[in-house]
Design a protein around this ligand. Sequence first.
Ligand code: AHG
Ligand code: MN
Ligand code: MN
Length: 336
Amino acid sequence: MATKRFMTLPRHILEGERLHPEATGELSSILLQLGLAAKLISLEVNKAGLVDILGFTGSSNQSGDEVKKLDIYAHETLIKAMDHGGHFCVMASEEEGDIIHIPANHKIGKYVLLFDPLDGSSNIDANVSIGTIFSIYKRVSEGTGPGTLDDCLQSGYNQVAAGYVVYGSSTILVYTAGHGVHGFTLDPAFGEFLLSHDDIKIPKHGRIYSINEGNYFSWDKGLKDYIKYLQATQFEGKPYQARYIGSMVADVHRTLLYGGIFMYPGDKRNAKGKLRLVYECNPMSFIIEEAGGRATDGMQRILEKKPEGLHERTPIYVGSVEDVLLVEKFLREAEE
Ligand code: AHG
Ligand code: MN
Ligand code: MN
């Protein structure tokens, strides 16, 4: 690859494609189009706090336009940006119960797009980081007609690409197409994503654990023991630190950069936890594994689970290899 200075997302994608002569360029145009959708959502997210000041109350603004909840806006923006390129046979979104078909007048392609349009949306009003998560598969259904539910319910190891965008102190897009994990920060002046984090590798062990400790009394013994162990132990001469943003996308992004572990366990009230396998856990696990980390539900690799429903939930332990192995050990020992 050429010099990394001023490496834009489009240039990075095109140069990556040149290294793979077998590539048809389709995946590149999908990623570019996702980058465009991310810019549109980012702009809207940045305006979120102005809604009241500008007099946008109720369900319509002064010009009569409907004011949409931000997660619905993000959902619709992604569909509008992605449904007409001819690349997809079916899509599915965390915001919609069923699969989303490609409109009748558009070409049908061989890829499948799954997304959580806005993750962490309960944080919006407090200006806390939120994000978009996406996951791309090849169709498994035969033929060239509309895609099916089965296309959307593939195990995570079939992903051909996955990524996320965090709308935080700056907007960053992180993606993998199976050849490393790369991060691009949005320059608000140019409106361009610039390579800021090349070939990200997650540390083997970290000092940060991330979990909603408010659920402590519902946890299983193994998890309670693990957290108590971390609180009483030092790593490299310093105590462990707890960090929990409450947006999985942002918590996992921090985990990717600094190492450590993010957990959303199953507990006595919700055996499968809260996070969704298809929209949240599979893409984030693919990225973390591609960066050298580990992601399991405590017993099984997330990417090997076979989803049975679009909105199925799963417990998740994801992050640095050594940290995830350790929690698995605690969970196993408590079972014995
Ligand atoms: P979403 O906004 O897409 O519904 O997801 C919210 C999720 C996830 O982002 C976060 O990790 C989790 O909810 C936080 O849940 P708790 O409030 O139970 O900790
Ligand atoms: Mn979510
Ligand atoms: Mn969401």
